[in-house]
Design a protein around this ligand. Structure first.
Ligand code: NAP
Length: 429
Protein backbone atom coordinates (compact mmCIF):
# COMPACT_ATOMS: atom_id res chain seq x y z
CA UNK A 1 0.00 0.00 0.00
CA UNK A 2 1.44 3.37 -0.99
CA UNK A 3 2.14 6.09 1.56
CA UNK A 4 -0.13 8.95 0.56
CA UNK A 5 -0.68 12.25 2.32
CA UNK A 6 -4.35 13.15 2.73
CA UNK A 7 -5.88 16.62 2.68
CA UNK A 8 -9.14 16.93 4.56
CA UNK A 9 -11.78 19.66 4.46
CA UNK A 10 -14.10 19.83 7.49
CA UNK A 11 -17.42 21.71 7.41
CA UNK A 12 -18.99 22.10 10.86
CA UNK A 13 -16.88 22.83 13.94
CA UNK A 14 -19.43 22.12 16.67
CA UNK A 15 -19.38 19.15 19.04
CA UNK A 16 -18.30 16.55 16.49
CA UNK A 17 -16.13 18.87 14.38
CA UNK A 18 -14.23 19.91 17.53
CA UNK A 19 -13.84 16.24 18.47
CA UNK A 20 -12.38 15.48 15.05
CA UNK A 21 -9.95 18.40 15.13
CA UNK A 22 -8.80 17.38 18.60
CA UNK A 23 -8.31 13.81 17.41
CA UNK A 24 -6.30 14.91 14.36
CA UNK A 25 -4.14 17.20 16.48
CA UNK A 26 -3.49 14.35 18.97
CA UNK A 27 -2.72 11.94 16.11
CA UNK A 28 -1.01 14.07 13.41
CA UNK A 29 0.20 10.97 11.59
CA UNK A 30 -3.25 9.41 11.51
CA UNK A 31 -3.42 7.34 8.36
CA UNK A 32 -3.63 3.57 8.09
CA UNK A 33 -1.66 3.81 4.86
CA UNK A 34 1.27 5.56 6.54
CA UNK A 35 1.06 9.07 5.06
CA UNK A 36 0.26 12.36 6.77
CA UNK A 37 -3.20 13.82 7.30
CA UNK A 38 -3.53 17.58 6.95
CA UNK A 39 -6.63 19.74 7.47
CA UNK A 40 -6.68 21.94 4.39
CA UNK A 41 -9.89 23.82 5.01
CA UNK A 42 -12.57 24.43 7.61
CA UNK A 43 -16.00 26.03 7.50
CA UNK A 44 -18.60 26.97 10.12
CA UNK A 45 -21.30 29.58 10.50
CA UNK A 46 -19.22 32.13 12.41
CA UNK A 47 -15.52 32.73 11.90
CA UNK A 48 -15.43 35.08 14.89
CA UNK A 49 -16.75 32.53 17.37
CA UNK A 50 -14.29 31.57 20.12
CA UNK A 51 -13.47 27.88 19.79
CA UNK A 52 -11.66 25.50 22.14
CA UNK A 53 -9.03 24.75 19.46
CA UNK A 54 -6.77 26.72 17.17
CA UNK A 55 -7.88 27.08 13.55
CA UNK A 56 -5.66 30.07 12.73
CA UNK A 57 -3.41 27.97 10.48
CA UNK A 58 -6.30 26.31 8.65
CA UNK A 59 -7.74 27.93 5.51
CA UNK A 60 -11.22 29.29 6.31
CA UNK A 61 -14.24 29.01 3.98
CA UNK A 62 -17.36 31.10 4.66
CA UNK A 63 -19.32 28.83 2.37
CA UNK A 64 -19.16 25.05 3.02
CA UNK A 65 -20.05 24.45 -0.65
CA UNK A 66 -16.86 26.24 -1.71
CA UNK A 67 -14.89 24.09 0.72
CA UNK A 68 -16.61 20.96 -0.57
CA UNK A 69 -15.58 21.59 -4.15
CA UNK A 70 -12.15 23.09 -3.36
CA UNK A 71 -9.32 21.35 -5.25
CA UNK A 72 -7.26 21.76 -2.06
CA UNK A 73 -8.78 18.73 -0.33
CA UNK A 74 -9.09 15.01 -1.09
CA UNK A 75 -11.80 14.11 1.46
CA UNK A 76 -14.78 16.23 2.49
CA UNK A 77 -16.18 15.77 6.02
CA UNK A 78 -19.67 17.19 6.63
CA UNK A 79 -20.46 17.85 10.32
CA UNK A 80 -23.05 20.64 10.01
CA UNK A 81 -26.27 18.61 10.30
CA UNK A 82 -29.80 18.93 8.92
CA UNK A 83 -31.61 17.19 6.07
CA UNK A 84 -31.61 20.28 3.83
CA UNK A 85 -29.69 23.54 3.47
CA UNK A 86 -25.90 23.90 3.59
CA UNK A 87 -25.18 20.29 4.63
CA UNK A 88 -27.05 18.84 1.63
CA UNK A 89 -25.66 21.42 -0.79
CA UNK A 90 -22.09 20.79 0.40
CA UNK A 91 -22.34 16.99 0.27
CA UNK A 92 -23.78 17.19 -3.27
CA UNK A 93 -21.02 19.62 -4.32
CA UNK A 94 -18.28 17.35 -2.96
CA UNK A 95 -19.72 14.25 -4.64
CA UNK A 96 -20.21 16.11 -7.91
CA UNK A 97 -16.55 17.15 -7.69
CA UNK A 98 -15.63 13.46 -7.31
CA UNK A 99 -14.58 13.70 -3.66
CA UNK A 100 -15.14 11.01 -1.01
CA UNK A 101 -17.58 12.23 1.64
CA UNK A 102 -17.71 11.30 5.33
CA UNK A 103 -20.70 12.56 7.29
CA UNK A 104 -22.38 12.11 10.68
CA UNK A 105 -25.67 13.45 9.32
CA UNK A 106 -28.49 10.94 9.83
CA UNK A 107 -31.25 13.39 8.90
CA UNK A 108 -29.69 14.05 5.49
CA UNK A 109 -29.21 10.37 4.64
CA UNK A 110 -32.55 9.18 6.05
CA UNK A 111 -34.34 11.66 3.78
CA UNK A 112 -32.03 11.89 0.73
CA UNK A 113 -29.91 8.75 1.13
CA UNK A 114 -30.99 7.00 -2.08
CA UNK A 115 -30.32 9.98 -4.38
CA UNK A 116 -26.98 10.73 -2.66
CA UNK A 117 -25.98 7.05 -2.94
CA UNK A 118 -26.74 7.18 -6.68
CA UNK A 119 -24.68 10.35 -7.05
CA UNK A 120 -21.74 8.89 -5.08
CA UNK A 121 -21.75 5.66 -7.04
CA UNK A 122 -22.07 7.45 -10.38
CA UNK A 123 -18.92 9.40 -9.46
CA UNK A 124 -17.19 6.29 -8.11
CA UNK A 125 -16.55 7.79 -4.66
CA UNK A 126 -17.47 6.58 -1.17
CA UNK A 127 -20.17 8.17 0.95
CA UNK A 128 -19.66 6.97 4.53
CA UNK A 129 -21.75 7.64 7.64
CA UNK A 130 -20.64 5.44 10.55
CA UNK A 131 -21.04 8.30 13.06
CA UNK A 132 -24.64 8.96 11.98
CA UNK A 133 -25.99 5.92 13.87
CA UNK A 134 -25.12 5.23 17.53
CA UNK A 135 -22.16 7.67 17.57
CA UNK A 136 -19.13 5.69 18.70
CA UNK A 137 -20.74 2.24 18.40
CA UNK A 138 -19.80 0.72 15.02
CA UNK A 139 -23.37 -0.26 14.14
CA UNK A 140 -23.10 0.72 10.46
CA UNK A 141 -19.92 -1.33 9.94
CA UNK A 142 -21.53 -4.35 11.59
CA UNK A 143 -24.47 -4.11 9.21
CA UNK A 144 -22.60 -3.06 6.07
CA UNK A 145 -19.58 -5.33 6.44
CA UNK A 146 -19.74 -7.98 9.14
CA UNK A 147 -23.27 -9.19 8.47
CA UNK A 148 -23.37 -9.23 4.66
CA UNK A 149 -22.98 -13.00 4.79
CA UNK A 150 -26.29 -13.35 6.57
CA UNK A 151 -29.90 -12.31 6.05
CA UNK A 152 -30.93 -9.83 8.71
CA UNK A 153 -34.41 -10.41 10.10
CA UNK A 154 -34.72 -7.52 12.52
CA UNK A 155 -32.94 -4.74 14.36
CA UNK A 156 -34.21 -3.12 17.55
CA UNK A 157 -32.68 -0.87 20.12
CA UNK A 158 -32.20 2.38 21.95
CA UNK A 159 -30.86 4.91 19.45
CA UNK A 160 -31.33 8.24 21.18
CA UNK A 161 -29.21 8.98 24.24
CA UNK A 162 -31.16 12.11 25.22
CA UNK A 163 -34.43 10.18 25.52
CA UNK A 164 -32.71 7.35 27.34
CA UNK A 165 -31.19 9.81 29.80
CA UNK A 166 -34.57 11.48 30.43
CA UNK A 167 -36.41 8.17 30.95
CA UNK A 168 -33.65 6.87 33.25
CA UNK A 169 -33.75 10.06 35.34
CA UNK A 170 -37.55 10.08 35.54
CA UNK A 171 -37.52 6.55 36.97
CA UNK A 172 -34.56 7.14 39.30
CA UNK A 173 -35.69 10.49 40.73
CA UNK A 174 -39.48 10.32 40.41
CA UNK A 175 -39.55 13.66 38.58
CA UNK A 176 -41.88 14.53 35.69
CA UNK A 177 -40.83 14.71 32.03
CA UNK A 178 -40.75 18.54 31.76
CA UNK A 179 -38.65 18.86 34.91
CA UNK A 180 -36.03 16.31 33.79
CA UNK A 181 -35.95 17.76 30.26
CA UNK A 182 -35.18 21.23 31.67
CA UNK A 183 -32.27 19.70 33.66
CA UNK A 184 -31.02 17.81 30.59
CA UNK A 185 -31.00 21.09 28.64
CA UNK A 186 -29.05 22.82 31.40
CA UNK A 187 -26.48 19.99 31.44
CA UNK A 188 -26.13 19.99 27.65
CA UNK A 189 -27.72 16.52 27.17
CA UNK A 190 -30.66 18.05 25.30
CA UNK A 191 -30.88 20.80 22.65
CA UNK A 192 -32.62 24.12 23.31
CA UNK A 193 -35.26 22.88 20.84
CA UNK A 194 -35.59 19.24 21.93
CA UNK A 195 -38.26 18.23 19.36
CA UNK A 196 -35.95 16.16 17.15
CA UNK A 197 -34.87 14.05 20.11
CA UNK A 198 -37.93 13.79 22.37
CA UNK A 199 -40.34 13.63 19.42
CA UNK A 200 -38.63 10.41 18.29
CA UNK A 201 -37.43 11.86 14.95
CA UNK A 202 -33.70 11.40 15.60
CA UNK A 203 -34.22 7.73 16.51
CA UNK A 204 -36.41 7.40 13.40
CA UNK A 205 -33.64 8.83 11.18
CA UNK A 206 -31.23 6.25 12.59
CA UNK A 207 -33.55 3.23 12.38
CA UNK A 208 -34.38 4.28 8.79
CA UNK A 209 -30.66 4.00 7.95
CA UNK A 210 -30.29 0.68 9.78
CA UNK A 211 -33.34 -0.68 7.91
CA UNK A 212 -31.80 0.34 4.57
CA UNK A 213 -28.52 -1.38 5.50
CA UNK A 214 -30.24 -4.44 6.94
CA UNK A 215 -32.65 -5.08 4.11
CA UNK A 216 -30.82 -3.52 1.13
CA UNK A 217 -33.58 -1.01 0.39
CA UNK A 218 -33.71 2.76 -0.13
CA UNK A 219 -33.97 4.72 3.14
CA UNK A 220 -37.65 5.58 3.54
CA UNK A 221 -38.02 8.00 6.44
CA UNK A 222 -41.59 8.85 5.42
CA UNK A 223 -42.63 5.23 6.10
CA UNK A 224 -41.43 5.23 9.72
CA UNK A 225 -44.12 5.18 12.39
CA UNK A 226 -42.93 7.66 15.04
CA UNK A 227 -43.97 8.28 18.63
CA UNK A 228 -41.63 10.10 20.99
CA UNK A 229 -41.41 10.32 24.78
CA UNK A 230 -42.91 13.81 25.13
CA UNK A 231 -46.25 12.39 26.32
CA UNK A 232 -44.73 9.95 28.82
CA UNK A 233 -46.32 10.15 32.23
CA UNK A 234 -44.32 9.33 35.35
CA UNK A 235 -47.28 7.25 36.49
CA UNK A 236 -46.72 4.81 33.60
CA UNK A 237 -43.03 4.52 34.41
CA UNK A 238 -43.94 3.59 38.01
CA UNK A 239 -46.74 1.20 37.10
CA UNK A 240 -44.69 -0.51 34.39
CA UNK A 241 -41.99 -1.07 37.01
CA UNK A 242 -44.56 -2.66 39.33
CA UNK A 243 -45.35 -5.06 36.48
CA UNK A 244 -41.63 -5.87 36.00
CA UNK A 245 -40.86 -3.56 33.07
CA UNK A 246 -38.87 -0.43 32.29
CA UNK A 247 -40.00 2.16 29.72
CA UNK A 248 -37.51 2.75 26.87
CA UNK A 249 -37.73 4.53 23.54
CA UNK A 250 -37.31 1.53 21.25
CA UNK A 251 -36.64 1.89 17.51
CA UNK A 252 -37.12 -1.25 15.46
CA UNK A 253 -37.16 -2.50 11.89
CA UNK A 254 -38.33 -5.95 10.91
CA UNK A 255 -38.92 -7.77 7.69
CA UNK A 256 -41.63 -10.27 6.87
CA UNK A 257 -43.33 -11.58 3.72
CA UNK A 258 -45.77 -8.65 4.02
CA UNK A 259 -43.01 -6.03 3.85
CA UNK A 260 -40.96 -3.98 6.29
CA UNK A 261 -42.10 -2.29 9.46
CA UNK A 262 -40.01 0.61 10.81
CA UNK A 263 -41.18 2.15 14.05
CA UNK A 264 -40.19 4.18 17.09
CA UNK A 265 -42.29 3.93 20.25
CA UNK A 266 -41.90 4.27 23.99
CA UNK A 267 -42.00 0.57 24.85
CA UNK A 268 -41.79 -1.74 27.85
CA UNK A 269 -38.73 -3.96 28.24
CA UNK A 270 -38.52 -6.58 31.01
CA UNK A 271 -36.30 -5.11 33.74
CA UNK A 272 -33.67 -7.88 33.48
CA UNK A 273 -33.39 -7.50 29.68
CA UNK A 274 -30.15 -5.86 28.40
CA UNK A 275 -32.13 -3.06 26.73
CA UNK A 276 -33.78 -2.21 30.06
CA UNK A 277 -30.36 -2.30 31.73
CA UNK A 278 -28.84 0.19 29.26
CA UNK A 279 -29.33 3.35 31.31
CA UNK A 280 -28.40 7.02 31.08
CA UNK A 281 -27.25 8.29 27.69
CA UNK A 282 -26.23 4.82 26.45
CA UNK A 283 -27.33 3.43 23.10
CA UNK A 284 -27.95 -0.30 22.59
CA UNK A 285 -28.91 -2.48 19.64
CA UNK A 286 -29.98 -6.06 18.94
CA UNK A 287 -29.42 -7.36 15.43
CA UNK A 288 -30.97 -10.69 14.50
CA UNK A 289 -29.57 -12.63 11.56
CA UNK A 290 -31.00 -15.81 10.13
CA UNK A 291 -27.70 -17.69 10.51
CA UNK A 292 -25.66 -15.68 13.00
CA UNK A 293 -28.52 -15.36 15.48
CA UNK A 294 -28.60 -12.40 17.83
CA UNK A 295 -25.86 -9.82 18.27
CA UNK A 296 -25.98 -7.15 20.96
CA UNK A 297 -23.92 -3.95 21.01
CA UNK A 298 -24.04 -1.13 23.51
CA UNK A 299 -22.06 2.07 23.99
CA UNK A 300 -21.92 5.87 23.73
CA UNK A 301 -24.33 7.08 21.05
CA UNK A 302 -23.06 10.66 21.16
CA UNK A 303 -20.32 12.92 22.46
CA UNK A 304 -17.37 14.63 20.82
CA UNK A 305 -14.70 11.96 21.32
CA UNK A 306 -16.81 8.87 20.58
CA UNK A 307 -18.49 10.34 17.51
CA UNK A 308 -15.22 11.74 16.14
CA UNK A 309 -13.69 8.26 16.51
CA UNK A 310 -16.41 6.91 14.21
CA UNK A 311 -15.78 9.74 11.71
CA UNK A 312 -12.04 8.93 11.83
CA UNK A 313 -12.77 5.24 11.17
CA UNK A 314 -14.64 6.26 8.00
CA UNK A 315 -11.76 8.53 6.97
CA UNK A 316 -9.48 5.49 7.40
CA UNK A 317 -11.77 3.49 5.09
CA UNK A 318 -11.44 6.19 2.43
CA UNK A 319 -7.65 6.10 2.82
CA UNK A 320 -7.48 2.30 2.48
CA UNK A 321 -9.92 2.51 -0.45
CA UNK A 322 -12.30 0.05 1.21
CA UNK A 323 -15.21 0.13 -1.24
CA UNK A 324 -18.75 -0.94 -0.33
CA UNK A 325 -22.10 0.16 -1.70
CA UNK A 326 -23.54 2.98 0.41
CA UNK A 327 -26.56 0.89 1.47
CA UNK A 328 -25.63 -2.77 1.01
CA UNK A 329 -26.67 -2.97 -2.66
CA UNK A 330 -25.62 -0.94 -5.71
CA UNK A 331 -27.59 2.32 -5.60
CA UNK A 332 -29.32 1.50 -8.90
CA UNK A 333 -30.83 -1.62 -7.25
CA UNK A 334 -32.17 0.19 -4.18
CA UNK A 335 -35.96 0.06 -4.18
CA UNK A 336 -38.28 1.83 -1.78
CA UNK A 337 -39.64 -0.90 0.51
CA UNK A 338 -43.26 -1.87 0.97
CA UNK A 339 -44.24 -0.73 4.46
CA UNK A 340 -46.35 -3.19 6.46
CA UNK A 341 -49.69 -1.73 7.51
CA UNK A 342 -49.00 -1.17 11.25
CA UNK A 343 -52.65 -1.96 12.08
CA UNK A 344 -51.98 -5.55 10.98
CA UNK A 345 -48.86 -5.97 13.09
CA UNK A 346 -49.10 -8.23 16.14
CA UNK A 347 -47.72 -7.33 19.53
CA UNK A 348 -48.26 -7.25 23.26
CA UNK A 349 -49.43 -4.05 24.91
CA UNK A 350 -49.57 -2.20 28.22
CA UNK A 351 -52.85 -0.39 28.85
CA UNK A 352 -53.72 2.03 31.63
CA UNK A 353 -57.29 3.10 32.30
CA UNK A 354 -58.18 5.78 34.86
CA UNK A 355 -61.54 4.69 36.25
CA UNK A 356 -64.06 5.71 38.89
CA UNK A 357 -63.52 3.95 42.21
CA UNK A 358 -66.82 2.02 42.12
CA UNK A 359 -67.90 -1.65 41.98
CA UNK A 360 -68.12 -3.43 38.62
CA UNK A 361 -65.51 -1.33 36.78
CA UNK A 362 -62.90 -4.05 36.52
CA UNK A 363 -65.51 -6.50 35.23
CA UNK A 364 -66.70 -3.96 32.61
CA UNK A 365 -63.15 -3.34 31.36
CA UNK A 366 -62.18 -7.02 31.20
CA UNK A 367 -65.47 -8.05 29.56
CA UNK A 368 -65.08 -5.36 26.90
CA UNK A 369 -61.55 -6.52 26.18
CA UNK A 370 -62.65 -10.17 25.98
CA UNK A 371 -65.53 -9.30 23.62
CA UNK A 372 -63.13 -7.40 21.37
CA UNK A 373 -60.76 -10.39 21.28
CA UNK A 374 -58.00 -9.01 23.53
CA UNK A 375 -56.64 -11.47 26.07
CA UNK A 376 -55.17 -10.17 29.34
CA UNK A 377 -51.75 -11.42 30.43
CA UNK A 378 -51.28 -9.58 33.74
CA UNK A 379 -53.37 -7.17 35.72
CA UNK A 380 -52.74 -4.55 38.39
CA UNK A 381 -55.03 -2.25 40.28
CA UNK A 382 -53.32 0.12 42.61
CA UNK A 383 -54.64 3.11 44.50
CA UNK A 384 -52.26 6.00 43.79
CA UNK A 385 -52.36 9.25 45.71
CA UNK A 386 -53.02 12.52 43.90
CA UNK A 387 -54.44 10.92 40.79
CA UNK A 388 -57.83 11.63 39.32
CA UNK A 389 -59.56 8.23 39.64
CA UNK A 390 -57.94 4.84 40.12
CA UNK A 391 -55.58 3.34 37.56
CA UNK A 392 -56.27 -0.11 36.19
CA UNK A 393 -53.20 -1.40 34.42
CA UNK A 394 -52.80 -4.53 32.37
CA UNK A 395 -50.62 -6.17 29.79
CA UNK A 396 -52.12 -8.16 26.93
CA UNK A 397 -51.09 -11.26 25.05
CA UNK A 398 -50.07 -10.68 21.42
CA UNK A 399 -52.91 -9.07 19.50
CA UNK A 400 -53.35 -7.34 16.13
CA UNK A 401 -52.98 -3.58 16.53
CA UNK A 402 -56.33 -2.92 14.80
CA UNK A 403 -58.13 -5.21 17.30
CA UNK A 404 -56.38 -3.48 20.19
CA UNK A 405 -57.31 0.00 18.93
CA UNK A 406 -60.96 -1.00 18.51
CA UNK A 407 -61.02 -2.38 22.07
CA UNK A 408 -59.42 0.81 23.45
CA UNK A 409 -62.09 2.91 21.68
CA UNK A 410 -64.88 0.85 23.25
CA UNK A 411 -63.37 1.09 26.73
CA UNK A 412 -62.81 4.84 26.36
CA UNK A 413 -66.57 5.17 25.90
CA UNK A 414 -67.49 3.34 29.13
CA UNK A 415 -69.10 5.74 31.64
CA UNK A 416 -66.76 4.57 34.43
CA UNK A 417 -63.60 5.43 32.43
CA UNK A 418 -62.41 8.97 33.23
CA UNK A 419 -59.65 9.68 30.69
CA UNK A 420 -58.33 8.48 27.38
CA UNK A 421 -56.66 5.07 27.94
CA UNK A 422 -52.86 5.06 27.75
CA UNK A 423 -51.26 2.54 25.40
CA UNK A 424 -47.58 1.55 25.44
CA UNK A 425 -46.19 -1.35 23.41
CA UNK A 426 -44.30 -4.22 24.99
CA UNK A 427 -41.05 -4.33 23.00
CA UNK A 428 -40.54 -7.37 20.73
CA UNK A 429 -36.96 -8.01 21.81
N1 NAP B 1 -23.25 15.74 18.88
C1 NAP B 1 -23.14 14.42 18.80
O1 NAP B 1 -22.76 13.76 19.78
C2 NAP B 1 -23.49 13.72 17.53
C3 NAP B 1 -23.47 12.31 17.50
C4 NAP B 1 -23.73 11.65 16.29
C5 NAP B 1 -24.01 12.39 15.17
N2 NAP B 1 -24.05 13.75 15.22
C6 NAP B 1 -24.33 14.49 13.99
O2 NAP B 1 -23.16 15.24 13.65
C7 NAP B 1 -23.54 16.44 12.99
C8 NAP B 1 -22.97 17.64 13.76
O3 NAP B 1 -23.51 17.61 15.06
P1 NAP B 1 -22.92 18.56 16.22
O4 NAP B 1 -23.53 18.08 17.48
O5 NAP B 1 -21.46 18.67 16.12
O6 NAP B 1 -23.60 19.95 15.82
P2 NAP B 1 -23.29 21.40 16.40
O7 NAP B 1 -22.51 21.31 17.64
O8 NAP B 1 -24.59 22.13 16.40
O9 NAP B 1 -22.33 22.02 15.28
C9 NAP B 1 -22.81 22.36 14.01
C10 NAP B 1 -21.71 23.09 13.28
O10 NAP B 1 -22.19 23.43 11.98
C11 NAP B 1 -21.88 24.81 11.74
N3 NAP B 1 -22.84 25.39 10.80
C12 NAP B 1 -24.15 25.62 11.01
N4 NAP B 1 -24.70 26.20 9.92
C13 NAP B 1 -23.68 26.35 9.03
C14 NAP B 1 -23.58 26.91 7.74
N5 NAP B 1 -24.64 27.44 7.13
N6 NAP B 1 -22.37 26.88 7.11
C15 NAP B 1 -21.30 26.35 7.72
N7 NAP B 1 -21.33 25.81 8.96
C16 NAP B 1 -22.51 25.81 9.59
C17 NAP B 1 -21.90 25.48 13.08
O11 NAP B 1 -21.15 26.69 13.01
P3 NAP B 1 -20.86 27.59 14.30
O12 NAP B 1 -19.93 26.78 15.16
O13 NAP B 1 -20.19 28.80 13.76
O14 NAP B 1 -22.18 27.86 14.94
C18 NAP B 1 -21.27 24.40 13.95
O15 NAP B 1 -19.88 24.50 13.91
C19 NAP B 1 -25.08 16.42 12.91
O16 NAP B 1 -25.47 15.84 11.70
C20 NAP B 1 -25.46 15.49 14.07
O17 NAP B 1 -26.72 14.86 13.88
C21 NAP B 1 -23.79 14.43 16.37
Amino acid sequence: MSKTDWRIGIAGLGTVGAGLLNFLSDRPGFSPTGGQTVVTGVSARSRARTRPFDISNMPWFDDPVELARSPGNDIFVELIGGAEGPAKAAVEAALNAGKPVVTANKALLAVHGAELARLAESKGVPLLFEAAVMGGVPAVKIMREAMVGDDILSVAGILNGTCNYILTEMEATGRAFADVLADAQRLGYAEADPTTDVGGFDAAHKITLLAALAFGCAPNFAAAEIEGIDQIDLLDIRLAKDLGYRVKLVASAEKSDAGILVRVHPSLAPIAHPLAQAGGALNALFIEGQRIGRIYVQGPGAGAGATAAAVAADIADVMTRAVRPVFQKPASDLKPFTPIDPSKSMGRAYLRFMVKDEPGVIAAVSETLAEAGVSIESFLQKPIENTHGVPIVLTTHAVAESVLMAAIERIANLSSVLARPRLLRVARI
